[in-house]
Design a protein around this ligand. Structure first.
Ligand SMILES: [Fe+2]
Length: 366
């Protein structure tokens, strides 16, 4: 059962009253086609997430004689880079059946990112459809702090316009680039993830992606062998504190958690190993001295940051739907359009997957 935070409780968390408006986005509803999907900051609170068993839909596609059948009617299938990403034209995601969705899960696991253009039907089907779509791939994650369409907490929104921003943005940094995988602090972080823009600036607001399979492969065998023996703490505390400081809607609906994940995880379908640390949520390596942990993490973050040969940059177009696998990729927003005051409004469907499988069998994770 969820309970409602009273205004008094919120004030004890020192959030200015001006930031706890029910819907602070300043838009006249009928001026905007997707006004029903504007961020809403309900005062609901949620209990801790509970473990669940996840069987990846991509596993079912492994037995298929041709698991790329869902791309049969595509007019174009182009690899964005050799190591990451495929761009598809001519496939209507909205009409993919269960078998096609299983194949999609396998393809995304293999390519890390698959970008589908001209998906207006998918986007216009609305939030009930988004939930039905995402539920095929896992239990839908409800974000503890973000805005969501009213009545649909399972849909995570990013939003920025001339008057407001409801993103996790660090304003005193020299860059908006923050590589991460989504909500990696959860015990069972997301797998296949779907994201699209409902409104976008004329130019800018691209998204960067990188292959964490490739970042791992660049490292030497003895160093990878060492990394496989390590686990790290991922924390949602700072993200919650960001909201508690009054930013991004000012709401924390579920108490933040910390969880320990392997530094090298294994994908349940492809068996590929991927580096699983990120600057946004990973805090320390378990069992190492502070300086050892800090230096190894800094080295790995720097490696992720500067390895352009593992990365792809997605330029959004109206109707683009991106599907990525959060287990084997990392990504970063690019906030280079702020001066234009244009609206950027995106929606994410975030099914949770298995607890990360350590590449080293039997690795202790507590
Ligand atoms: Fe993200």
């Amino acid at each position: 059962m969820s309970q409602t935070i009273t205004e008094t409780q919120v004030e004890t968390d020192k959030i200015p009253a001006t930031l706890i408006l029910k819907n602070p986005v300043q838009t006249t509803p009928d001026e905007y086609k997707y006004s029903n999907l504007l961020p809403h900051f309900s005062q609901d609170t949620y209990p801790p997430l509970t473990p669940f068993s996840h069987s990846d839909p991509g596993l079912r596609a492994l037995d298929h004689p041709d698991p790329r059948t869902f791309l049969r009617n595509a007019t174009s299938v182009v690899e964005l880079t050799p190591r990451l990403g495929t761009e598809v034209h001519g496939v209507n995601l909205a009409t993919l059946d269960s078998d096609g969705r299983d194949q999609l899960a396998l393809e995304v696991a293999r390519r890390g990112l698959v970008v589908f253009r001209d998906q207006h039907e998918f986007i216009d089907r609305g939030p009930e459809f988004y939930k039905q779509w995402g539920s095929h791939f896992g239990r839908l994650h409800i974000h503890p702090t973000s805005g969501h369409p009213e009545g649909f907490p399972e849909i995570h929104l990013v939003y920025r316009d001339a008057n407001s921003t409801f993103n996790f943005e660090i304003s005193d940094s020299i860059t908006s680039t923050v590589w991460h995988t989504d909500v990696s602090y959860e015990l069972q972080p997301p797998g296949l993830t779907t994201f699209f823009l409902l409104s976008q600036p004329e130019t800018g607001g691209d998204t960067l992606f990188t292959s964490q399979v490739s970042t791992l492969k660049k490292l030497s065998a003895p160093f990878v062998a060492f990394l496989r023996t390590l686990s790290a703490v991922h924390s949602g505390v700072e993200q919650a504190n960001f909201s508690r400081s009054g930013k991004r809607g000012g709401i924390v609906r579920r108490e933040p958690v910390e969880n320990i994940h392997p530094v090298v995880r294994k994908h349940p379908v492809t068996g590929e190993e991927a580096l699983y640390v990120n600057r946004q949520f990973t805090r320390r390596i378990v069992g190492l001295k502070k300086e050892e942990s800090e230096n190894i993490l800094k080295f790995l973050y720097d490696h992720i940051d500067k390895s352009g040969d593992n990365q792809a940059r997605l330029k959004w177009q109206p109707g683009t739907v991106a599907v990525w696998d959060n287990r084997v990729t990392a990504h970063s927003a690019i906030v280079d359009y702020g001066d234009s005051k244009e609206r950027r409004h995106g929606a994410r469907i975030t099914p949770q997957a298995e607890r990360p499988i350590p590449a080293l069998e039997g690795l202790k994770l507590d």
